[in-house]
Design a protein around this ligand. Structure first.
Ligand SMILES: *Cc1c(COP(=O)(O)O)cnc(C)c1O
Length: 845
């Protein structure tokens, strides 16, 4: 680990002291001395898993054991009461809160004669208090915010008479006298908000803006207030309010970002600006000396301190006690914020340089960075936040959703997406408002998977370092990036099978047929010798039921609730029952079962459930929930989730799709031109229950259809060889939750692994199935279908060997093609284990 040579470092410090770094004091940016051993963690961490790396919100939500111990010791020996009464515990709370308020002001070097500190739920609540006051001003307010502001500050514009979003130049012009509101009446007060440090890319903004704008406003007639968002800056740097005449009027921050715990925010108000709150109308319990409401209506507000007037209702007094413990422990562990700052800057620049140096085999850089180098030696200081997007070796963007799947699997906790930073995201990514509107209408939402739209990413990956981050976090993260996102050679070409006659009798047969009566629960294997009906909506009894969360109405899936794999359904046609068994692995005594009639008698269902629609993979469905508490409790107990069993209405999906989307993947498409189907088609249904991502929807299936998933066992064998070669454990066919598994006949050459990627369809027995595209995979394949435990395989190896266009595929979707004519094959289509399989390479009939 190379530190800075001390003399060069000091020289750089000197140089910076002489340049204008308009931090709070308006003179110099305090560059702290390099810590001796910045990489060593001297802290016992409680809630972090051994192998995981936490790089979200400055790493500070990772809990220090000493903080939790000291707080636990306090709470188990001292009784604190609600602060507003005369009892001893209550009085104790009151005095302690006042002491802590003072100590916290001291933490920010703020003189209590100059500032008051109001406890709020979070930084956003602090902003809302200011907005509420501004809105109540007799002539209202005009609002300008810097473009790097957090969403919570952008929202303040909605109550303003006029609002403007300013870039750096806009702020400079204002400082030089160009009021952005020059045509708005001067009685309305102005509020200007800006971020001390962008939480999106760590860029810092001059704290001197507050004073310079105020000085400028003093020359005109409009009153101006400034609001500084210090939430990101204060997490890893000393927020220094030592010079009140230079400070913003209102400063908001979130204490958990500094200390990890507790979750409280603070609004710090310069006393000189307190008058803004005089017009606030609402009053809450604890903020008044007297209230009269019978016959007359008046009240007397508390007058001495601003915080007394603004802290409505019961303060989160236990949380505030924890702030005291947090400050003590923070000091003990880290010494000062300056040390935290030096430590995190060191780590951030290591991370930054590591990411910057990653290259594909062909020399294309892997990361497009949106952060300036956080190393003070190279550029003005940037906060310890590194944001970037990933680029593949062809120069295309890697989808954030795909990055997320791997990051989650590998325990890399970073933030991806829009980061509540609309201005910085739009400028960094070059997104115009019309593009964002188009993306919105095209189905993009914050947090969904359609993250590359019209060739541009819609979000970023952000890794932020904090007091609790270590050098090994950075190294592990860089190792992860190298392992999964650096392409050494050209991307794996899609397997294209050699030209052959349109249909050939491949020596293949059906190895297994599986249906999943309850969506996302275990499969039911069709017995050898049993012919199974293929219905227009899929295999008979496949995904006939689902489990629905009582609160949200969402259909449960295995990705979130892996234990669903332990719910094993059996279709008992003799008794007309679906029997569902449940047993936790290794707990024989815990074996339980429930039996559900196969017939959909109306009296089984909750009458009200007609009105309540549920959602499967984001799509509305109208399944009917069961009313029996015996049935519902069985599932709720097994999963530890409040849920009910629901059944899909008979006769196919209609609008109520039980599954979602599948489409021909791009890498497969160029091989052939596909016949579009006539008529109007609904959005495409799904890979059984694999992903919940909303893909670009193809138009392949008819309204009441749902695709089946076929897995070729040669591909499973090939994948397992790869997994074992990399030291992992082989997985079973069931891992992929297929409906049909096909295999080569014994002692025959068979079809090569992954040749199914380019098939046009298959004939199974006397039934034809058209291929719809490969199945896109997520880390749900990592749930061991026997133990319900999550592992890293097979997704880890799939991501390295089966990633196309950033997405991971395994298995194929197919649709049954109804046979022509009136024979048995068309009236009652059936398939069975052992049926021979032939392949359509081209020109599906
Ligand atoms: C986190 C953050 C916020 C929001 O803070 P909350 O406590 O979630 O309200 C606002 N601005 C910045 C710069 C932040 O980093």
């Amino acid at each position: 680990m190379a530190g800075h040579p001390t003399s060069a470092y000091n020289a750089a410090v000197d140089e910076f002291r002489h340049r204008e770094f308009p931090m709070l004091r308006g003179e110099s940016f305090p560059i702290p001395p390099l810590p001796k051993a910045p990489s060593k963690r001297c802290v016992t961490v409680l809630n972090k898993q051994a192998d995981s790396v936490y790089l979200d919100h400055a790493g500070s939500t990772v809990c220090a054991k000493s903080l939790m111990d000291s707080f636990a010791a306090e709470l188990s020996s001292v009784l604190y009461g609600n602060p507003h009464s005369a009892s001893w515990p209550s009085q104790l709370s009151t005095t302690r809160i006042e002491d802590i308020r003072l100590r916290l002001l001291g933490f920010f070097k703020a003189d209590p004669a100059e500032y008051d500190l109001v406890f709020v739920a979070n930084a956003t609540a602090g902003v809302k208090l200011v907005v509420e006051a501004m809105r109540s001003l007799p002539h209202g307010y005009v609002y300008a915010h810097h473009q790097a502001c957090h969403t919570s500050l952008v929202g303040a514009r909605e109550d303003a008479l006029h609002a403007a979003c300013l870039d750096d130049d806009g702020v400079q012009s204002w400082i030089q006298g160009q009021d952005p509101f020059h045509d708005v009446a001067a009685e309305s007060t102005a509020l200007f908000s800006f971020s001390a440090q962008s939480h999106m890319n760590g860029r810092r903004y001059p704290l001197s803006w507050a004073k310079r704008l105020k000085d400028q406003a003093a020359t005109g007639s409009r009153q101006l207030y400034t609001l500084l968002d210090a939430a990101s800056l204060s997490a890893t740097s000393q927020l220094d309010l030592g010079a009140p005449e230079l400070a913003a009027d209102f400063i908001v921050l979130s204490l958990y970002k500094i200390f990890g715990f507790p979750d409280v925010g603070a609004l710090i108000v310069r006393r000189s600006a307190e008058a803004v709150f005089d017009h606030r109308r609402y009053f809450g319990g604890g903020t008044v000396d007297m209230v009269v409401c019978v016959k007359e209506q008046w009240h007397a507000r508390k007058a001495q301190f601003l915080h007394e007037r603004l802290e409505d209702g019961t303060l989160p007094f236990h949380n505030i006690m924890a702030v005291d413990a947090a400050m003590t422990v923070h000091k003990k562990l880290f010494g000062s914020m300056d040390r935290v700052s030096a430590h995190t800057r060191f780590l951030a620049s290591k991370l930054y340089k590591g990411l910057r140096s990653l290259q594909h085999g062909n020399g294309v850089p892997v990361c497009a960075l949106y952060t300036d180098c956080p190393d003070a030696l190279e550029s003005p200081p940037t906060g310890p936040i590194v944001s970037f997007n990933l680029v593949n070796s062809d120069g295309g963007w890697v989808s954030l959703a795909e990055f997320d799947k791997l990051a989650i699997l590998k325990g890399m906790h970073v933030r991806t997406g829009g980061l509540c930073s609309p201005g910085s995201i739009a400028t960094s990514l070059g997104l115009e408002p019309w593009e964002m509107r188009r993306n919105l209408s095209a189905g993009f939402r914050c947090g969904t998977d359609n993250d590359i739209m019209a060739g541009k990413p819609t979000g970023v990956i952000r890794a932020s370092l904090g007091a609790m981050s270590t050098i090994s976090d950075v190294e592990k993260f860089l190792g992860f990036m190298t392992e999964f996102f650096v392409e050494q050679s050209a991307p794996i070409p899609a397997t294209v099978s050699p030209q052959r006659p349109a249909k050939h009798a491949a020596p293949l047969r059906v190895k297994a047929i599986t249906v999943y009566p309850i969506k996302s629960c275990a499969g039911f294997n069709v017995a050898v010798g049993t012919r199974w009906e293929v219905r227009p909506e899929g295999l008979a009894w496949d995904r006939e039921w689902c489990l629905v969360h009582r609160g949200s109405g969402q259909a449960l899936n295995q990705k979130r609730y892996p234990k669903m794999a332990l719910l094993r359904p059996y279709l008992d046609f003799h008794r007309g029952l679906l029997r569902v068994e449940h047993q936790e692995p290794g707990q024989k005594e815990a074996y339980r079962f429930v039996e559900i009639p196969l017939s959909a008698k109306p009296d089984l269902f909750d009458k009200r459930s007609h009105q309540t629609s549920s959602r499967v993979c984001g799509e509305e469905i109208s399944a009917q929930s069961y009313s029996s508490s015996e049935i519902n409790d069985f599932f709720a107990d097994a999963l530890g989730v409040p849920c009910v069993l629901a059944r899909f209405p008979a006769g196919g999906r209609g609008l109520s799709s039980r599954t979602t989307k599948a489409r021909m993947q791009k890498y497969q498409r160029p091989c052939k031109t596909r016949q579009p189907l006539p008529g109007a088609f609904p959005d495409i249904p799904s890979p059984p229950d694999s992903d919940s991502e909303q893909q670009q929807l193809g138009r392949i299936l008819l309204a009441n259809e749902s695709p089946m998933l076929l897995v070729h066992s040669s591909s499973v064998v090939a994948l397992n060889q790869e997994i074992e070669r990399r030291g992992g454990e082989a997985v079973s066919d069931a891992t992929f939750r297929p409906n049909v598994v096909i295999e080569s006949l014994p002692d025959q050459p068979g079809e090569p692994a992954y040749s199914e990627d380019s098939w046009d369809g298959v004939r199974i027995g006397d039934q034809d199935f058209k291929f719809l595209g490969a199945c896109r995979r997520c880390h749900m394949v990592c749930v061991d279908q026997v133990t319900a435990e999550r592992r890293q395989e097979p997704f880890s190896t799939l991501a390295k060997t089966r990633r196309f266009d950033g997405k991971v595929y395994f298995g194929s979707h197919m649709r049954h093609e109804k046979a022509k004519g009136h024979g048995v094959a068309s009236q009652l289509p059936m398939i069975m284990v052992g049926d021979s399989v032939s392949v359509y390479d081209e020109g599906f009939p």
